[in-house]
Design a protein around this ligand. Structure first.
Ligand code: MG
Length: 308
């Protein structure tokens, strides 16, 4: 049998690590991909770090040997989007180093007088910055957010406000809708797949998305026509999967389930188990997980999440 030639887009938080701890088997999974020359790219909605920062983080957690080319963030996605749709535009940024670096790399520069866009990312916003952003939007600047996450986990029992919440503030004050990049926006998956092709010369239809969150990782992959593998090591519990209209191609206990088949090249059907059963709803946290959830086809389900 010819070996599988799949390539992987892989979410990080809840898939590779949780709260600065590597998930069991994740290091062996990455090692198997490297050993077999399987193309892969890590995908995150966190727009605060640079790709270099993320390589250092994974090195500290126990996955060495990765470089910036192995990572694609919602900040890079936002920079790609602006560079493609509006070259030479200027921006007023509320965000962190990863976002500023990504924009700068695409020659999109900061403008505190007459910016074409207000770009909101992860990080701390001051009232002064929000007020300026509000004024720019009222004067015609377009509002863009790196990702729709309303909140992000800090630890098991602590969250912080995310880019979606910050954008919602400006949506409320200006009456304008923000445009959200990052997962589940198809543009995130489109550009990530292009990057995978550039990195490794694989065919587009061979890419698989692996993630732990239904309404970002799985939804986005399904909508762009990719295979989507859901892992049970993060924000989604098995009994919640049936609540969603869209379903993952496969459900895995963890990425460790893929290690053997990546090494052997033989796909396993042991874990093919889309779940359609409706069961109880978890009530750990109220409200929409993402600012784009108001548009979802399914009823928003309050539940814990581990996606950064
Ligand atoms: Mg995640």
């Amino acid at each position: 049998m010819t070996p599988m030639k799949k390539s992987y887009l892989i979410d990080m938080d809840g898939v590779i690590y949780r709260e600065n701890h590597l998930i069991a088997g994740a290091a062996e999974f990455v090692e198997a991909m490297e050993m077999t020359g399987t193309p892969f790219l890590f995908l995150t909605n966190n727009s605060a770090p640079t790709a270099e920062d993320l390589a250092i983080k994974l090195n500290h957690l126990g996955i060495p040997g990765l470089g910036p080319r192995h990572f694609y963030t919602s900040a890079m996605n936002t920079a790609d989007f602006l560079a493609e749709t509006h070259p030479n535009c200027t921006v007023y940024v509320i965000g962190e180093g990863g976002l500023l670096a990504a924009l700068h790399e695409k020659k999109i520069y900061s403008d505190a007088i007459n910016p074409s866009y207000v770009v909101v990312g992860e990080g701390t916003a001051t009232t002064e910055k929000l007020t300026k952003a509000h004024e720019f939007i009222e004067r015609g600047a377009r509002l863009v957010a790196t990702n729709p996450d309303n909140w992000c986990p800090v630890s098991a029992d602590k969250t912080r406000p995310g880019a979606g919440a910050m954008a919602a503030f400006l949506e409320a004050s200006t009456g304008r809708r923000a445009y959200y990049l990052g997962k589940p926006n198809a543009y995130m998956f489109y550009r990530a797949r292009l990057r995978l092709v550039e990195n490794s010369h694989v065919k587009l239809d061979q890419a698989v998305m692996i993630g732990d969150t239904m309404d970002t990782d799985i939804r986005g992959a399904v909508e762009i026509g990719m295979e989507a593998y859901l892992v049970m090591t993060g924000s989604t519990r098995l009994e919640e999967v049936g609540d969603y209209v869209y379903q993952p191609t496969r459900i895995l206990q963890s990425v460790a389930d893929l290690t053997t088949e990546i090494k052997s090249g033989q796909p396993s059907d042991r874990l093919n188990s889309p779940v359609f059963a409706h069961t109880s709803v978890s009530r750990n946290k109220a409200g929409n997980r993402h600012q784009t959830d108001v548009y979802s086809l399914h009823r928003p389900r309050p539940r814990p999440a581990m996606t950064k």
